[in-house]
Design a protein around this ligand. Structure first.
Ligand code: 13P
Length: 255
């Protein structure tokens, strides 16, 4: 395994936090703190109403802006949804897809995750596709089966070429927002299952090139150990991405 073949990506997921004004202020504070730290890509996935402010504030910086969801249709009667074209036109480069909160609260299924992923990559967005097991599934011994199934479902009909625009984030549901972080070994193992699923679909060489993040209570104190693992190519960070100092410390851990 060769980590050098993959890009490390540190992405914040603000979830339902921050107004446009707060987003601008945050970006202005963060930009000088992470300037020149180019050993990883730096992304902030912001609420839809913050996209314009965040994209404006990110101009001339090394921070890229992402959205938190995308619809799979190009346009139409889908109240409350945003198309991939709308996002790219607004300056968005990344989009989180299939977050466990969307699976849990908003009826997201493996099939809709797949459709959204295809819509994103077809539009040139980089999809951050989330997979992860619940505590019950882990305790029943289904972690590997579940992670491989979710990964394969999400990537169905994605081409080898489009895989360049795919990041998979392993986010154990029991570690999200709970303060319970997976151990570095658990994160490495989970990410390894994701990579194995990609290898089964696309071949081992291709799988070695795909960035697989870990997410779930990653913070300034545990990031370095998590990121030291061979299969952990970055992080998807919730709570700690809302504080510039904590987020910067995670970026530093990836340098
Ligand atoms: P926390 O970092 O708050 O646990 O959230 C992780 C997450 O869900 C990122 O998408």
């Amino acid at each position: 395994m060769n980590k050098a073949t993959r890009k490390t990506v540190i992405a914040g997921n603000w979830k339902m936090n921050m107004t446009p004004d707060a987003a601008s202020a945050f970006m202005k504070e963060l930009a000088p703190m992470v300037a020149g730290k180019d050993e990883c890509d730096i992304v902030l996935c912001v609420p839809a109403v913050d996209i314009a402010a965040a994209v404006e504030a990110a101009k001339g910086t090394n921070i890229k802006i992402g959205a938190q969801n995308v619809h799979f249709k190009a346009s139409g009667a889908y109240t409350g949804e945003l198309s991939a074209e709308m996002l790219t036109a607004a300056g968005v480069k990344y989009v989180v897809i299939g977050h466990s909160e969307r699976r849990q609260y908003f009826g997201e299924t493996d099939q809709t995750v797949n459709l959204r992923t295809l819509a994103a990559v077809n539009a040139g967005l980089t999809a951050i596709v989330c997979v992860g097991e619940t505590l019950e599934q882990r305790e029943l011994g289904y972690t590997e089966t579940l992670l491989k199934f979710q990964t394969k479902m999400a990537l169905t009909n994605v081409t080898k070429d489009q895989l360049k625009n795919i990041i998979v984030a392993y986010e154990p549901v029991w570690a999200i927002g709970t303060g319970v972080t997976a151990t570095a070994d658990q994160a490495d193992e989970g990410n390894g299952y994701v990579r194995a699923a990609i290898a089964e679909m696309f071949g081992a060489d291709v799988a070695e090139t795909v960035t697989v993040q870990y997410g779930g209570s990653m913070n300034d104190a545990n990031a370095a150990e998590l990121l030291s693992k061979v299969n952990v190519d970055g992080g998807l960070i919730g709570g700690a991405s809302l504080k510039t100092d904590k987020f910067t410390a995670i970026v530093d851990a990836a340098q």
